[in-house]
Write a protein that binds this ligand. Sequence first.
Ligand code: GLY
Length: 317
Amino acid sequence: MLLITSQNGKVGIEAAMQVLKGGGSAMDAVEAGIRLVEANPDDHSVGYGGYPNLLGEVELDAAIMDGSDLTSGAVGALKGYPYPISVARKVLEKLPHVFLVGEGAARFAAEMGFERRDLLTEPARETWEKRLREDLPPDVLAHLAEQPDLWRYVEIATDPERAKGTTNFIAQDARGNLAVGVSTSGWAWKYPGRIGDSPIVGAGLYADNRYGAAACTGTGEMAIRAATAHSVVFYMKMGLSITEAGQRAMADLNDLGGRYLSGMNFIAVDRAGNHVGFSSRTDATYLYFTDAMDAPAEAPRLCVPLRECWEKNLSAD
Ligand code: GLY
């Protein structure tokens, strides 16, 4: 039995292992672990306490995928519900659909009996307000929601330093089944309704028992364009080793044209349970935990550099 997570999975990885040791499925373990990250108010990239969009509203994205049959559930831009990973799993279990967004996702969460909660914590609100005060004129800030050209301000306010975050969990249970889950509040100060890679099967996550699983954090716009999580698994399907598959999927991102904020991390497992973390940064780590270990361990990610493509304020006119 195996769990691997992004670094911020620390608050949930031990509970997830208890689920596996208790005979729970990989899907149960992924959901249980991610719920604890979503509940952590100190993690400003996931769930309750996550940084809001440009208008100060917390919008959450999450998805879960079962590698035994490729069933998947996802929610995007979900407001007011602190456990989007559980709502995503209900989408998988109860609907003939894969992905709900916005008002429909919130309506479904209510129908499933999930409790509403104000997700914007005071520290997150203060950071949002301070950031916007630095760059937006006071008259614009006072009437931000009514601005007819909100798009002009998103790139001024959007902070590349706060595009990071998101949590990834991959589990392999006693039956050898793989599951993967991802949850995020997305890019801080994003345009309302922006959805990143996290709830998009193939972009932010992918699992197939026959080959392996992968999950991303980093700039969602890149992973969407290159279908990064699917690429990792697909390259393993094509016979590459897990290390080669990850390097190849990361290298694909350097082929993207246009202007975008560069930065990608992903974790991957192959069907034999070998695991590797990858990052475009030099100092990134991930966590792993097998049933033979007393506690989770931290491992360095393999650095695969990406070219820088970000310049600010180019859309102002
Ligand atoms: N990778 C998370 C996001 O871009 O929203």
